[in-house]
Every structure is written in structure tokens, then in C-alpha cells.
Design a protein around this ligand. Structure first.
Ligand code: TPP
Ligand code: MG
Length: 316
């Protein structure tokens, strides 16, 4: 979580310094992301992220430079291999990863594997039609899915209260025949336990769970957003008191961890952030052909034609 915090802060700094053109900060959501991803069995389960999932990527062992390559503009969706790492490409379509996860889970069922899909989405995404259809489909077919909603209080400038009728995303689960569970999204252990239980349930044929992790987007929606235009400093500061890193540190200190441990963790995270910064700054543009190469497993005739004409035009 400390490494994720520092990498996230540095990604914002890199955007301000012109090294990367844009970034969606996740500060405040470290416990929700790291705690949930830690519960996955990376050999069989598969995660479907949104555009704000640095913590999930790091916890799943993705090279941070590969993750940030999409923000640097070197590649859309990230430079890691989803098939090997079990993390799907970044998805900036709000609600998009939810349908993909349900489709993947249907495939897992048909292939008789015991893999579970976890899909990340926000409180805002929970209003999308796709998400309702995906939950209903998962309920009807009793699919192995964990619908992991990070309720971070905001969908850009729209507060959750203004768009989640009924006040709870988890409560909707019942209507789809799913189990709903609202957890403290800033408590990494609570998130881990809830996700672990949902995964075990899905793996043993018990169906899908909707987890609503109550957290807060401590920074702006993206590096082009100014939250001062729609929320108060008081609100932001109230959440700072429940910073997931502070809570985790207090818990570890209770267990007997002392200063030397925390300074060691921070030093390691700082070294990593410096290494990642150099790696991101050194990323070259990818060959342009790649925008055609990875659309379909077997390219269509019209795509090949587009590639040919693009090659001709770029030579000219
Ligand atoms: C289908 C679609 N509609 C609208 C957008 C523009 N958009 C990007 S993020 C966002 C808000 C999403 O809020 P939420 O689901 O709560 O996730 P958060 O950004 O808080 O992590 C919107 C409307 C989009 N990317 N895709
Ligand atoms: Mg949100």
C-alpha cells in the first residue's frame, strides 16, 4: 500500500512535469484495491480493472512501467500480457469491465475451470444499464463473479447520493439473486476478508457477490479535474482522518511492528518510485501497426485493408 501511494503521487507529479499526459489518481483507495486483489488466486482468477486501478495492478505483480505506459501514451490499455498476468487491459468505458468479467465467468463455467472473475467499477458506473444486465445475467446463470464496487463518493462532480437511488449499491444485489456486502473500504483487512469470502463462495458454485467498499477519492477525478469546484475542503479533511495507510499502520503497530519496519518499507517504496519514473520517461512510442494487430485474434479483411492504407499514408 505504501508503494502504491508513492507511485500514485509520483504519477500525478509526472503529469504536472509533462512526462505523462494524463492520469486518474487513486489516493485514498489503496486498501480497497490492494486488499481485494490480494484475495485472488492468480493462477485461476482474472481481474477486470477500470482506469483507476494502480493498486490492483501492483498487487497482482504487474510491472508499474507497463501499467503507466497507457498514461504515458505509449500504448492504450497497458503493456502487460493479460493472458499471463490475469489482469485485463485498462478499461475507460464506465461499466465496461463489468460485462467483460461476466462473459469471462461464463467461459470459465463452460470450460469447467474453477476460476473466479473480479470486476472493478465505481458508484457512478453502478447506474449504467450494462451493469444491471451483467448482474442479472450472473444471477440467472449463478456465475463465479465478484462485483467489486469502490464507492468513493463521487462520479466526477456527481455525489453518490445524487445517483444511487436507494442509497446502496450492495442492497441491489438481492434483486438479482446475489449476495450484497457493504464493507469499510479503508480497512484493508476487512476488504481482504470480504473478497476472500466472495471468491470462495463463487468458486464453490454459490454464485456472485456484490461488494460495496465504502471509500473516498482523496484527489481529483483526473489530472484535468479541479474538485474545489464541487466539494469542500472540510469533506476532504474528514476523510483524511480515515486514511487507509494510517489505519493499517496503527493496526501493525498494535501487532508489535516498530519504526524501523515502517522506514524500511518507505525506503523500498521510494526506490521503486524512482526506478518507475525513469522507466516511464524512457518509454518509446510503440510501432503504429500495433493499433491494428491486437483488435482481433484473426484480423478481418477490412482491418487488413485499413492497416495497408495507414502504412501507405504514413510512408507518404
Ligand atoms: C460509458 C461512459 N460514459 C461516460 C464516461 C465519462 N466518465 C469517465 S469516468 C466517469 C465517472 C465514473 O464514476 P465512478 O463510476 O464512480 O468511478 P470513479 O471515477 O469515481 O472511480 C464518467 C462519467 C465514460 N468514460 N464512459
Ligand atoms: Mg466514484
Amino acid at each position: 500500500m505504501v508503494a502504491v501511494r508513492l507511485l500514485d503521487l509520483d504519477a500525478v507529479a509526472m503529469q504536472r512535469q509533462g512526462i505523462i499526459p494524463g492520469y486518474a489518481p487513486m489516493r485514498g483507495q489503496e486498501a480497497a484495491q490492494v486488499g481485494s486483489a490480494a484475495a485472488l488466486d492468480r493462477s485461476v482468477d482474472f481481474a477486470f480493472p477500470t482506469y483507476r486501478e494502480l493498486g490492483v495492478a501492483i498487487e497482482l505483480g504487474i510491472d508499474p512501467v507497463s501499467y503507466l505506459a497507457s498514461h504515458q501514451g505509449a500504448w492504450h490499455g497497458g503493456l502487460w500480457n493479460p493472458a499471463e498476468t490475469h489482469l485485463a487491459p485498462l478499461n475507460a468505458v464506465v461499466g465496461g469491465p463489468v460485462t467483460h468479467a461476466v462473459g469471462w465467468a461464463m467461459g470459465a463455467r463452460l470450460d469447467h475451470t474453477d476460476g473466479v472473475a473480479i470486476t472493478y467499477f465505481g458508484d457512478g458506473a453502478s447506474s449504467q444499464g450494462d451493469v444491471h444486465e451483467a448482474m442479472n445475467f450472473a444471477g440467472v446463470y449463478r456465475l463465479p463473479v465478484v462485483f467489486f464496487c469502490q464507492n468513493n463518493g463521487w462520479a466526477i462532480s456527481v455525489p453518490t447520493e445524487a445517483q444511487v437511488a436507494g442509497g446502496s449499491v450492495a442492497a441491489r444485489a438481492e434483486g438479482y439473486g446475489l449476495v450484497g456486502n457493504r464493507v469499510d473500504g479503508n480497512d484493508v483487512v476487512a476488504v481482504y476478508r470480504a473478497t476472500e469470502a466472495a471468491i470462495l463462495r463463487a468458486r464453490s458454485g454459490g454464485g456472485a457477490t456484490v461488494i460495496e467498499a465504502m471509500t473516498y477519492r482523496a484527489g481529483p477525478h483526473s489530472t484535468s479535474d479541479d474538485p474545489g469546484r464541487y466539494r469542500t475542503l472540510d469533506e476532504e479533511q474528514e476523510w483524511l482522518a480515515r486514511d487507509p495507510l494510517t489505519l493499517a499502520e496503527a493496526r501493525l503497530r498494535e501487532l508489535g511492528y516498530v519504526d524501523a519496519y515502517f522506514t524500511g518499507v518507505e525506503a523500498q517504496a521510494r526506490d521503486l518510485a524512482a526506478e518507475v519514473r525513469n522507466g516511464v520517461a524512457a518509454l518509446d512510442a510503440r510501432p503504429g501497426e500495433e493499433m491494428f494487430d491486437f483488435v482481433f485474434q484473426a484480423p478481418t479483411a477490412s482491418l487488413l485493408e485499413q492497416k495497408r492504407s495507414w502504412q501507405e499514408a504514413s510512408r507518404g
